[in-house]
Design a protein around this ligand. Structure first.
Ligand code: COI
Length: 359
């Protein structure tokens, strides 16, 4: 099902960034955005692409008081062949609907949502950057918008998509990051919203992230909320370890986000013959491996940074160096292979790319 998309083009297009090597992450936005409203009575209605600008929001809106908000992060790439493609967009759309179900927000028609994304990216195609390692980051998000203060499931909502040309997520780029293991705050608990991409999960993560940064670390490694023992995620990414030749990554127990980069890495690793264990992995087991020399590599996976090597781990007053603080061979291979597919430089054997338009 396709949604109505009324297009109003901007009359004053912005100047695009001259130096794409300095884009950073999420600071520059394109000329247009998509907005669509929802009510129980009308379903989704008034889909429109309008000039990028502030949203008008009722001061009592559900999102402002009770945090009913979910989002996705995905990218459009200018490929080596000149085509503009998205990477596994249906996975993001399905996860958006799973998040919506948990937060009592309305469902989107999957094909309709893909059509919205394609229409917006095609309109903004000149904003898809060309420099190596850059892409157009798409941020679809949905929020509850009932104009009253009762705590109830959402009856009115808004769906928005904004686009931002981006480079590397971390200032370190693909260089190893320093990670502190967080033993005080938790990001999510089973039965809560950890498996969804809702704003609240990220709000809960900010204090620990700030603390880590003040102490000279890039991000934190999250432990489970009950026993504070099992590793869950790193910063806003999934995490993987190479221990004694095998790959270990935390199982999707309900408090861990089912990452699309995580899923893609697992698929590639299995194809390359690695044994991948998705299971509970305790911080004690991690440090035992670090101490006995079997921890070979550690890395985060996510849409924004793709693959991010971990060079240092700090826990309980002790600091461990991973892979001599260098990007490990397998981490590099994953990064190279995944990005080669994303930028159309390698054969897309899995049909992960969805063409939007010619560039
Ligand atoms: C991702 O890498 O997929 C993320 O979710 C990061 C984003 C919250 C900035």
């Amino acid at each position: 099902m396709k949604y109505e998309i009324k297009i109003t083009k901007t009359t004053c297009p912005k100047e695009r960034p001259q130096d794409e090597s300095k884009l950073g992450f999420g600071r520059v936005f394109t000329d247009h955005m998509f907005i669509m409203d929802y009510s129980d009575e009308q379903g989704w209605y008034n889909g429109r692409i309008v000039p990028f600008g502030p949203l008008e929001i009722h001061p009592a809106s559900t999102v402002l008081h009770y945090g009913a908000e979910i989002f996705e992060g995905m990218k459009a790439y200018r490929g080596a062949t000149g085509e503009i493609c998205m990477f596994r967009p249906m996975e993001n759309i399905k996860r958006l609907n799973n998040s919506a179900e948990r937060l009592c927000l309305p469902q989107l028609d999957e094909e309709g949502c893909l059509d919205i994304l394609k229409t917006l990216v095609e309109l903004e195609k000149d904003w898809v950057p060309r420099a190596d390692g850059t892409s157009l980051y798409l941020r679809p998000y949905m929020f509850g918008n009932d104009p009253h203060l009762g705590v109830h499931a959402v009856h009115r909502a808004t769906f928005v998509v904004i686009c931002s040309p981006v480079g590397a997520y971390y200032a370190e780029g693909i260089n190893p990051v320093k990670i502190a293991i967080e033993s005080q705050d938790v990001r999510a608990v089973r039965g809560g919203t950890g498996y969804t991409k809702c704003g609240g999960n990220y709000a809960a993560s900010l204090r620990a992230g700030e603390r880590a940064e003040k102490n000279g670390y890039t991000q934190v490694l999250w432990l489970d909320g009950v026993e504070r023992k099992y590793i869950e995620e790193v910063g806003s990414m999934n995490v993987m370890f190479k221990v004694n030749g095998k790959i270990i990554t935390p199982a999707l127990t309900g408090s861990v986000l089912p990452g699309i980069t995580r899923k893609s890495c697992i698929e590639l690793l299995k194809e390359w013959g690695y044994e991948v264990e998705e299971r509970l992995f305790s911080v004690d087991e991690l440090f035992e491996a670090a101490e006995n020399g079997t921890l070979e590599e550690a890395w985060g996976t996510g849409t924004a940074a793709v693959v991010s090597p971990i060079g240092h781990l700090f826990y309980n007053g002790k600091e461990y160096t991973v892979s001599n603080n260098k990007i490990g061979a397998l981490t590099q291979k994953l990064y190279d292979n995944l990005t080669a597919i994303q930028w159309g430089k390698a054969e897309d054997k899995h049909s992960w790319l969805v063409k939007v338009c010619n560039g």
